[in-house]
Design a protein around this ligand. Structure first.
Ligand code: SRM
Ligand code: SF4
Length: 558
């Protein structure tokens, strides 16, 4: 029988995620923590990283790498108050690298926190009533919900269900409170993890709730998804999706992105039971011998979808009803102002790569601080690294608009569609897995792509462009119409053919190419698209019809 991966031992021997984290933090001789603890700290919402820009120089100077920690919050549905925003801003400025990073999973990330400040920072985040439990690790991660949740009853319900789902699947160990908040040690009867058990899950697990017609959460990229079904204006339940995921490894055909399958319909009151049966099935049958084969998508493909549905039915004690019709028209965010049913307003801002900082191109951190000081509604992080200033009274709109312009936060009104919708993962210098640049490369890449589009009269064409520094897929690149996936410094795989609705995977078009080759290929594709497209046809659809991509099509049909 194949051996379990080393991380399984670490989890099982960790006394429910405690390990030797306390000792690691207290060790003054290094800026790092012990190796086993680097796996455990993820469950608490943090990753040990080192500044890759400085690696070679520090090696030459015989210094240990410039270690620091990334901290990620758990923020179901991405909602926080202005008071929380101000507190998080202060934490980023005081303990981090002076930036707030909005992620593709509606959370905040802090980068650059050094070990000696880690505990204070974790406690400071917790004091804002936002925690970091299970933001990373082999557990259910931050639960996504369609943004603009107060726009209709269904959006508000989706947000409430995202919070309940996140709470329901939260680890029960008190380790987080003990280690970071000096909580009392648990005495007496041993703690249990009723859903996860001591080995937690074989791998990360991700869930999302979406309200059609905008597939802003990319629901088919998730292990578990719920598509809200609204009939006569009422939320009657959800279609359930299982087995989505993006991560792949270059050159390993046994790893692949997979779109989730729609397996049935449930009533709202059945949602938590279904989620629990999916999670425990993955807990018991997921592959714990190979982390590259451990996500739910591989469990389903190894045993078959019918087996999987029968197993969750047995566990939850009821059958799913047949899936109901649904339709997605776009993925991504809706920018600018929208009015909610209650007469309050929501402004979606474009935040490039989710990075909020004061730089030469604008004082965005300061600007949002000024807005948070006067804003009486809330903030909502979108699943596309953008930000909604939500629940604004009509009378406050002009004031907010003035601040948005003053601090250069009005990119949503100025940027081309391709720029507005583009996503890039963090990549260098903090991500230890990056093979190429992504976030830092996006601005110049977009400028070059825009220039090619303009030549062919396509400047205002909505096209989804996503770039990641490696094939793990953190910006969900395999759903984009154009995707660059990092292979080596300055070299990428180029994918074409997503559908702009998050229902079709793209296909490898060129392998291991540099910027010149990428832009050359896009230029000729745009030229053909401009002259041969059918009315209203999207670039991704044209890529298939024109034979720019040629492979079995993998798409979800409603
Ligand atoms: Fe991710 C690992 C950043 C969303 C798939 N991801 C990482 C790490 C932690 C690198 C590491 O393990 O050392 C990156 C930290 C970079 C840094 O310096 O901050 C990282 N992932 C991100 C974020 C910040 C990207 C962003 O630019 O916004 C996103 C944080 C989300 C959050 O708040 O929780 C982020 N990651 C995603 C997504 C998109 C999603 O979830 O909707 C995916 C693809 C969906 C999926 O999971 O299939 C994703 N990240 C991965 C993977 C590949 C997993 C796999 O199944 O193979 C890894 C690597 C791993 O787990 O081994 C990874
Ligand atoms: Fe890092 Fe790769 Fe994720 Fe980008 S896609 S953040 S390079 S793990």
């Amino acid at each position: 029988m194949a051996e379990l991966t080393p991380i399984e031992r670490v989890k099982n021997e960790s006394r429910l995620l405690r390990g030797t984290l306390v000792e690691s933090l207290a060790d003054p001789l290094t800026g790092a923590i012990r190796e086993d603890d680097t796996a455990l700290i993820k469950f608490h919402g943090s990753y040990q990283q080192d500044d890759r820009d400085l690696r070679d120089e520090r090696r030459r100077q015989k210094l240990e790498p410039a270690y620091s920690f990334m901290i990620r919050t758990r923020l179901p549905g991405g909602v926080c108050t202005p008071a929380q925003w101000l507190a998080l801003d202060e934490i980023a400025t005081r303990h981090g690298n002076g930036t707030l990073r909005l992620t593709t999973r509606q959370a905040f990330q802090f980068h650059g926190v050094i070990k000696t400040e880690l505990k204070t920072t974790m406690a400071a985040i917790n004091a804002t009533l936002i925690d970091t439990i299970a933001a990373c690790g082999d557990v259910n991660r931050n639960v996504l919900a369609s943004a603009n949740p107060v726009e209709s009853g269904a959006h508000a319900a989706a947000y409430e269900w995202a919070k309940r789902l996140s709470e329901h699947l939260l680890p029960r160990t008190r380790a987080y409170h003990e280690i970071w908040l000096d909580g009392a040690k648990v005495e007496g009867s041993p703690e249990v993890e009723p859903i996860y058990g001591p080995g937690y899950l074989p791998r990360k697990f991700k869930a999302a709730i979406v309200v059609p017609p905008v597939n802003d959460v990319d629901v088919f990229a998730h292990d578990l998804g719920f598509i809200a079904i609204i009939e006569a204006g009422e939320l009657v339940g959800f279609n359930v999706t299982v087995g989505g995921g993006m991560g792949t490894t270059h050159g390993e055909a046994a790893t692949y992105p997979r779109l989730a399958d729609v397996v049935g319909f449930v009533r709202p009151e059945q949602l938590l039971a279904v989620a629990e049966s999916v999670v425990t099935t993955q807990r018991d049958f997921g592959d714990r011998t190979n982390r590259r084969h451990a996500r739910l998508k591989y469990t389903i493909d190894a045993r078959g979808l019918d087996w999987f549905v029968a197993e969750i039915t047995r566990r939850q004690g009821f059958a799913l009803e047949p899936a109901r019709p649904f339709e997605f028209t776009t993925s991504g965010d809706r920018f600018g102002w929208t009015e909610g049913l209650d007469g309050r307003w929501h402004l979606t801002l474009r935040i490039e790569s989710g990075r909020i900082a004061d730089t030469a191109s604008g004082a965005k951190l300061t600007g949002l601080r000024e807005i948070a000081r006067v804003h009486r509604g809330d903030f909502r992080l979108t699943p596309n690294q953008n930000l909604v200033i939500a629940n604004v009274e009509a009378s406050a709109r002009a004031f907010i608009d003035a601040l948005v312009v003053r601090y250069g936060l009005d990119a949503h009104a100025r940027a081309t569609p391709v720029h507005r919708d583009a996503l890039a993962c963090v990549a260098l210098p903090t991500c230890s897995l990056a093979m190429a640049e992504a976030e830092r490369y996006l601005p110049s890449l977009v400028r070059e792509v825009e220039a090619r589009l303009a030549v062919h009269g396509l400047r205002e064409e909505p096209i989804t462009l996503r770039i990641t520094g490696c094939p793990n897929g953190c910006a969900r690149p395999f759903l984009a119409e154009i995707a660059l996936v990092g292979k080596a410094p300055g070299r990428y795989n180029l994918y074409l053919g997503g559908d702009g609705r998050g229902q079709r995977l793209n296909v490898l078009h060129l392998e291991n190419v540099d910027e010149g080759e990428i832009l050359g290929a896009l230029d000729s594709a745009f030229a053909r698209f401009a002259s041969e497209r059918e009315p209203g046809e999207r670039f991704g659809d044209f890529s298939w019809r024109a034979g720019l991509v040629n492979a079995p099509m993998r798409a979800v049909t409603a």
